[in-house]
Design a protein around this ligand. Structure first.
Ligand SMILES: Nc1nc2c(c(=O)[nH]1)N(C=O)[C@@H](CNc1ccc(C(=O)N[C@@H](CCC(=O)O)C(=O)O)cc1)CN2
Ligand SMILES: Nc1nc2c(ncn2[C@@H]2O[C@H](COP(=O)(O)OP(=O)(O)OP(=O)(O)O)[C@@H](O)[C@H]2O)c(=O)[nH]1
Ligand SMILES: [Mg+2]
Length: 456
């Protein structure tokens, strides 16, 4: 047992609810609970089996505070690996506070953010990437982000990394052993097998690294900038997409000054739409700042909806944006189709092959745009078992691990001596271990768990 103190925290949100859950973990969890709980069956929790629930009263100095259900989980078969007790009490803030205070008086300590999960990690109940996934799962607000977190929580990719790391560790030991026999020129580590392992590891690492572009974007929501000249209907389109009068619309060119943004989920993926100030030459100081912000937002966006509203729109503006952002997906969209003749529509279609038509004001064609946007996200990558990483800490560690693996491979090809190769292998092992938590520092753990909720 790593910890000698017993921690307590409210596991449900503060405030009034039907029921609130108070969570206790540590060596004294059961005895402390016994000291404040009188079960209707008159049996002590200590005598009860793990994973059982008991009805009774929470009593403070002979005074009944609440009727409650108490669940017990005996270590090591619990979430944290320690003895855990959960008190489900009535959800009044007063009752919650009284019970927590009572437990503090009896000798519990207030849990810090994420401390239950930190203990689960330190007690070997989960590895670090699984613990991080718990926080991601709680924070996930779209189906896709939820899927990624859940997969990671189940150990999807950390088990794979762990296995590869062990195989690499094996070779490291053999190669280090060769150092002891350096006079005799022996090779304990089969170089062909070792090379095959290095290739396998690089392949896995590369796949995971590539998945980050999508994973990160899914976690944060895909930023889509709506840009175009003043008055083309950008704010109207934002409102239509959000189904809410979010941005001010008027027939005065230059209405939107500051950017306005909001999220919606399309087919389980979050998109963050950013309405921007219309681009034009202007002497207005405030409008100028707004237009600068438009370009800042385009820099950060992943997709650009270029909106225009008439047949004779300024083609040079579209070209300028295409030239300035050659690596971004730009979607030309023609608004106010209600004002166009069928001939004009046909002509535009011919000129701009992938153009979409809609009428933001009349909410026509919005579904086509939505369809198109969600189609642009590589949905094939989302379905199936492919692992997607979404955590930048993992991404950094994977990049560094891959770099070291490449060094080892190059070293082998150049016939580098075992001692130098061993150093690079150790580095690779270090970075792989950072992901699963086999290598940690207090700083790192502090960083990760302080972002959790209290009670988690
Ligand atoms: N009331 C409650 N609900 C909860 C949690 C919790 O801690 N309490 N969880 C917290 O996040 C999640 C469930 N996760 C859990 C994971 C493991 C164990 C557990 O007791 N594991 C044991 C024994 C498993 C068994 O054999 O039944 C173990 O792993 O050894 C409990 C909850 C979501 N819902
Ligand atoms: N006929 C028609 N008018 C539209 C349509 N969409 C928007 N409008 C009108 O176009 C005018 C400008 O709309 P906004 O949404 O404010 O335009 P904007 O692009 O945000 O303009 P700035 O913020 O000034 O850059 C308003 O009068 C809208 O009602 C449409 O589909 N058809
Ligand atoms: Mg506007």
């Amino acid at each position: 047992m790593l910890y000698s103190d017993t921690i307590v925290a409210l596991a449900t949100p503060a405030g009034t609810g039907a029921i609130a859950v108070i969570r206790i973990s540590g060596p004294e969890a059961i005895s402390l609970s016994d000291s404040i709980f009188a079960s209707v069956k008159k049996k002590k929790l200590k005598q009860q089996k793990t994973h059982t629930i008991h009805l009774g009263h929470i009593v403070d100095n002979g005074k009944v505070l609440d009727e409650a259900l108490v669940s017990i989980f005996k270590g090591p078969t619990s979430y944290t690996g320690e003895d855990v007790v959960e008190i489900s009490c009535h959800g009044s803030p007063y009752v919650q506070q009284q019970i927590v205070n009572l437990l503090l008086r009896k000798g519990c300590r207030t849990a810090s953010a994420g401390e239950f999960t930190l203990r689960a990690f330190l007690n070997g109940k989960m590895d670090l990437s699984q613990a991080e996934a718990v926080a991601d799962l709680i924070a996930s607000d779209s189906a896709a982000a939820h899927d990624i977190a859940l997969q990671q929580m189940r150990g999807g990719f950390s088990h794979e990394i762990q296995k590869l790391r062990e195989e690499l560790l094996n070779f490291a030991s053999l190669i280090e052993l060769e150092l002891d026999f350096s006079q005799e020129d022996v090779e304990f580590a089969d170089r062909t097998q070792f090379n095959a392992l290095l290739n396998k590891i690089s392949e896995v690492l590369k796949k995971l690294i590539d998945s980050f572009a999508l994973g990160n974007v899914i976690k944060k929501g895909i930023p889509v900038a709506i840009v175009g000249q003043p008055n083309v209907g950008k704010s109207t389109l934002l409102n239509a997409l959000l189904n809410e009068e979010r941005a001010i619309v008027s027939d005065i060119a230059g209405t939107t000054r500051d950017t306005v943004e909001d999220q919606i989920s399309l087919k389980g993926i979050n998109f963050r739409f950013i309405d921007t100030a219309g681009i034009r030459e202007t002497q207005d100081v405030v409008e100028k700042i707004g237009i600068e912000r438009t370009f800042d937002k385009i820099d950060k966006a992943r997709l650009i909806v270029f909106l225009f509203d008439k047949v004779d729109f300024d083609r040079s503006e579209l070209q300028r944006i295409q030239q300035r952002y050659p690596n971004k997906q730009i979607l030309p969209v023609c608004n106010k189709m209600d004002l166009l003749t069928p001939d004009q529509v046909e002509a535009l279609k011919k000129e701009i092959p992938n153009v979409l038509f809609l009428s933001a004001k009349h909410r026509k064609g919005i579904d086509v745009l939505e369809e198109k946007l969600s189609g642009l996200v590589d949905s094939g990558a989302l379905s199936g078992d492919r692992t997607i990483i979404s955590n930048s800490r993992h991404y950094d560690a994977l990049l560094k691990a891959l770099e070291e693996i490449q060094k080892v491979k190059e070293g082998m090809e150049m016939g580098l001596s075992s001692d130098l190769m061993a150093i690079d292998i150790r580095q690779a092992l270090f970075h792989l271990g950072e992901i699963t938590g086999q290598v940690t520092t207090d700083d790192l753990l502090g960083n990760i768990f302080s972002n959790f909720c209290i009670g988690k």
